[in-house]
Structure formats: structure tokens, C-alpha cells
Design a protein around this ligand. Structure first.
Ligand code: L34
Length: 285
């Protein structure tokens, strides 16, 4: 029987801490941390996530803007909105919700965001800083995973961490954060040979490949910590993780549920990054 890592409860705890910090930040500086979230098009999952982000901002007392742009928005139009937000003093964090419509080049968009306001930490400048280990802004999902592990009282130092998935959003930055925490890190992906064997070595397994219920009991070592980053939507609209929870839970020592695990923490780390960006900007003025 595993202990369930409750991402909602841990999020609530951190959001309370952020809420207190916002009050003292405002008393000291006379303005609020501000986040702008841009969403282009009608992706239903993105709409849910952006709605959750907006609500989270309101809960902790940030200033926030959600900018909804139609599917047919041109790249130039999007870039000019980012330009305006780069120069807006009320805004300390800018997030462009991914994925973008196919006619818009993602790299050009990420490059346009002022790295100091890049609360996703997706700009190559921030990616580089994460690689060297000197950064203020950590990518939200991997940072959320680290916080879930730490706040569960699990030691990371010296552990075998196996990350399955090599995306720029999760797998690659997750490996850097775990390495910085003194773990031994393996990154696996769809072409990895004997994937189950490699996964069974993991003290901490991070599942991030986007295949519903892919990880069964045969891929998990007895007593492992299992972090499920997958968010797959079934035909019935229900959310399913990458981990077969019913099979794996009895074998794991700790496990995150989906929903209510990593998802809420991604948003909480976004709040944390926005507060950090606002603090850095307050120091400069
Ligand atoms: N730019 N694009 C950018 N930054 C991000 O950090 C994201 N991501 C991913 C997709 N695109 C992005 C998110 O925000 C995934 N993601 C995200 C955020 C929140 C939740 C899930 C993914 C979330 O709130 N999950 C809830 C369930 C929500 C539901 O009912 O659908 C949960 O409990 O897991």
C-alpha cells in the first residue's frame, strides 16, 4: 500500500504561503505581482488549464490578465501582443499556453518573451541557465515534481531516478533538476531498449510519455516512488495518467494520483515563478 502524494493538498499549503508573501510584497513595493496568460485557439484542455491558472492567480491575490486570441491569429499579431506585455510594468510573468496552432512557429514565440518574464522557463536563455544550475525560474512541471517529492519527505540525493519522456517541457528539464539534487538520472523514451528493465531500477520513477495506463506493476520496483506526469483524456472525458494506478499502487511506497497530483503543482509553481519574477523586478527599480 503506497502513500498517496496529494498534489492538491500540497498545492494548497504552498499557495497559502504565497498568499502571505503577496501581502508583504505589496506592503513593501506598492504593487502586486502580475501574470499574463495568452491562449490562442480553442483547444479544450488548454482552456481548462488556463481557467485553473486564472483562478489560482485570483486566489493568491495577483494581478492577472488572460488574453484570448482566435485560432486564425497570425504569428505577427501574437508577437506584437508579447512585445506589449514585455513593456507592461504591471506584468512580471508572461505565459503562452502550448500547444499553439500549427501556422505559428513556437520557437519564434518563446524567443520573443523577455527572459526575465519567462515564468515557464522555456526561453533558450533560461533553458541554458537551468543547464548550468544558476537560475531564478525553474520550469513549472518539473519544479512541481521536485516539490511533491521533497514535501513528502523523500530523500532525492543518491537515488536512482528514471525519467520516461524527453520533452523540452518535462523530461529534459526534470533530469537537470534531479541531477542538481544529487540523484543518479536516466532518461528513457519510446526507443529505449528493455524499457521495463530500466524502469525497475528506479527508486524514483517519473512517467511522462503521454500514454494512458502504460506503466504496469511489471515496470516498478517494490517500494519505488512513482510520479505520474501523464494527463490523458479518455473518450468518456475522464483523466487517466501514464501509470496504471490500480496495478502499481500496491507495489509503490509513494504515488501521485491523476488528477490531483502533478497538475495542480504545475500551476502552483507558475505562481511561485511569477512572485519570484516580481521580486527580481522590484529589486531593479
Ligand atoms: N506554456 N503550456 C505552457 N506552460 C505549461 O506549464 C503548460 N502546461 C502543460 C500544457 N501546456 C502548457 C500546463 O499548464 C500541461 N499543463 C497543465 C496545467 C494544469 C493542469 C494540467 C496540465 C491541471 O490543472 N490538472 C488538473 C486537472 C485538470 C482537468 O480537470 O483537466 C489535475 O488535477 O491534474
Amino acid at each position: 500500500m503506497a502513500k498517496i502524494i496529494d498534489g492538491k493538498a500540497i498545492s494548497a499549503e504552498i499557495r497559502k504561503e504565497i498568499c502571505e508573501e503577496v501581502k508583504s510584497f505589496e506592503a513593501e513595493n506598492g504593487f502586486l505581482p502580475g501574470l499574463a496568460v495568452i491562449i490562442v485557439g480553442e483547444n479544450p484542455a488548454s482552456k481548462v488549464y488556463v481557467r485553473n491558472k486564472k483562478k489560482a492567480c485570483e486566489d493568491v491575490g495577483f494581478y492577472s490578465e488572460v488574453i484570448e486570441m482566435p485560432e486564425e491569429t497570425s504569428e505577427e499579431e501574437l508577437l506584437s501582443v508579447i512585445d506589449r506585455l514585455n513593456n507592461d510594468k504591471k506584468i512580471h510573468g508572461i505565459l503562452v499556453q502550448l500547444p499553439l496552432p500549427k501556422h505559428i512557429n513556437e520557437e519564434s514565440v518563446l524567443l520573443k518573451i523577455n527572459p526575465a518574464k519567462d515564468v515557464d522557463a522555456f526561453h533558450p536563455f533560461n533553458v541554458g541557465k537551468i543547464m548550468t544550475g544558476n537560475y531564478d525560474l525553474a520550469p513549472c512541471t518539473p519544479a512541481g515534481v521536485m516539490e511533491l517529492i521533497r514535501r513528502s519527505g523523500v530523500e532525492i540525493r543518491g537515488k536512482e531516478c528514471v525519467i520516461v519522456g524527453r520533452s523540452n517541457i518535462v523530461g529534459k528539464p526534470q533530469a537537470m533538476l534531479m541531477l542538481a539534487a544529487d540523484a543518479t538520472v536516466t532518461i528513457c523514451h519510446s526507443r529505449t531498449k528493455d524499457l521495463a528493465d530500466v524502469c525497475r531500477r528506479a527508486d524514483i520513477l517519473v512517467a511522462a510519455i503521454g500514454k494512458p495506463n502504460f506503466f504496469g506493476a511489471d515496470m516498478v520496483k517494490e517500494g519505488a516512488v512513482v510520479i505520474d506526469v501523464g494527463i490523458n483524456r479518455g473518450d468518456d472525458g475522464k483523466l487517466v495518467g501514464d501509470v496504471n494506478f490500480a496495478e502499481v499502487e500496491p507495489k509503490a511506497s509513494y504515488i501521485t494520483p491523476v488528477p490531483g497530483g502533478v497538475g495542480p503543482m504545475t500551476i502552483t509553481m507558475l505562481l511561485k515563478n511569477t512572485l519570484t519574477a516580481a521580486k527580481v523586478s522590484a529589486k531593479k527599480h
